[in-house]
Design a protein around this ligand. Structure first.
Ligand code: EPZ
Length: 417
């Protein structure tokens, strides 16, 4: 298993280009099951979750005509196997995104229930409840979700909890359903809005995406998808924080400032210097940071996927910061590791109280989940001495070449087998 070794204390300097958004490309890949033809997707980030999703689609009968330089051509003419195998689905929750498209395309699906993961149980009860409301017969056995449906019917459905992939799954199912579907209390993440736009370009009739209510007029078929994935806002936020914590001067290119507004505002509140450009952001650390409170919330609120990284930053701020995690039930796995580096953090349920300290010291660290591992990299970049982070396969799920990008910014970082 690879490890990442970091000698902390070097301010990051220079420019870095963001890769395509992992959480945008995963639903778009699943959506190719709604079409029968050659789908062309560019700007595909080469991360493990994407490789897993592509393997899954091949298992379902899709054919990768070509995949290089972040461009994939995926032929789904013969994607007629309804079964998603456990060994793939269990490694990635986002595999549940094929459930809606399979039921819409084939009228049947057999998808292994996604395993929980470090950050929480991550049920898909709302996905199932919505699909059942659309007429699917869903049963669970031996860890598989079995679904059957003649033709899905349009419904009015209210999400008890805002769910990003829940919204994507039901929206995709509704595209080929009979009649009108109204989804309420939906996710407004840019990745959901992007998916709706791409489906509309392929012939779907979706409106209201980006608001609390999405309406879909069912149709009978879609043309193949042809799109370019936008830059990853979570990678952008991660690098903004890495620049701030190392008191560096970094220009992040190929990014979308409007997607990271809550992070920008929080960093400015912490006295970090931020200059916004058309599709770039310049982040300069300018001395000690102020402690700032944060509370995660579905988009456009402060993203839960940046909570761990922001907490690492606050360990070195001046004063006390209160961070509340309202989206997932167990997303503080990074806290124990940060404390081993000398951070002063106490937990009270879903609330973390961080008292800033003068400095962190490098240590052997264990990554537990994707964004917690990003938080450890960030802390290690600012810590005094060497850190060795193990189980970095977590970080490879969502970041393209993170150590190369950091190395180009002057970090003393290397990956060891
Ligand atoms: C998406 O996960 C992202 N993943 C996550 O990013 C992100 O953290 C999350 O949205 C929240 O923004 C992808 O897009 C592939 P949810 P998702 O359904 O859709 C509960 C990363 O680091 N819930 O919005 O799985 C759920 O337990 C990953 O890139 C139900 O109770 O998250 C959670 O508490 C991590 N029942 C809350 O809703 C359901 O049926 C939000 O989950 C569905 C969700």
């Amino acid at each position: 298993m690879d490890k990442i070794v970091i000698e902390g204390g070097t301010p990051l300097e220079g420019t870095v280009k963001m890769s395509g958004a992992k959480n945008a490309v995963l639903p778009v890949l699943a959506a190719t099951l709604l079409t029968r033809g050659r789908n062309v997707i560019e700007g595909v980030p080469n991360v493990r979750d994407v490789t897993t999703m592509i393997k899954l689609l091949e298992d379902l009968g899709a054919r990768v005509e070509s995949y290089s330089n972040e461009k994939i051509i995926l032929d789904t003419s013969k994607a007629d196997n309804p079964e998603a195998p456990y060994d793939l689905v269990s490694t990635m929750r986002a595999s549940c995104l094929v459930l809606g498209p399979l039921l819409a395309r084939l009228g049947k699906a057999r998808v292994s229930l996604p395993g929980g993961c470090a950050i929480g149980a991550r049920p898909i009860d709302l996905h199932i409840k919505g699909l059942e409301a659309m007429g699917a017969k869903i049963s669970l056995d031996q860890g598989y979700v079995h679904g059957k449906a003649d033709r899905l019917k349009g419904i009015q459905f209210f999400f008890d909890t805002v769910s990003v992939t829940g919204t994507a799954n039901l929206m995709m199912a509704a595209v080929l359903a009979e009649g009108e579907t109204i989804l309420e209390n939906v996710a407004k993440e840019p990745e959901v809005v992007f998916l709706a736009d791409i489906l509309n370009r392929a012939g779907a009739k979706i409106s209201g995406h980006g608001t609390d209510i999405i309406t879909i007029q069912g149709t009978t078929s879609l043309n193949p998808i042809d799109c370019t994935i936008f830059p990853d806002r979570i990678e952008t936020g991660t690098f903004m924080i890495a620049a701030a914590i190392t008191q560096g001067d970094v220009t992040i290119e190929n990014c979308m400032p409007q997607h990271v507004e809550p992070v920008t505002l929080k960093l400015q509140e912490a006295q970090v210097d931020i200059e916004l450009g058309e599709n770039k952001i310049r982040v300069k650390g300018k001395g000690p940071m102020e402690s700032v409170n944060a509370r995660t919330h579905p988009y456009p609120g402060f993203p839960t996927d940046i909570q761990a990284q922001f907490m690492a930053l606050m360990t070195l701020a001046q004063g006390q910061s209160i961070i509340m995690e309202t989206v997932f039930e167990n997303r503080f796995m990074h806290v124990a590791e940060l404390k081993r580096m000398g951070a002063d953090i106490s937990l009270d349920g879903h609330t973390a109280i961080i008292n800033g300290v003068k400095g962190l010291s490098g240590a052997p660290l264990m990554a537990t989940d994707l964004r917690a591992s990003a938080s450890l990299v960030i802390a290690a970049l600012a810590a005094k001495g060497q850190s060795i982070i193990s189980r970095v396969y977590h970080i490879d799920r969502g970041y393209v070449d993170i150590e190369k990008k950091l190395l180009n910014l002057g970090a003393q970082i290397r990956r060891v087998k």
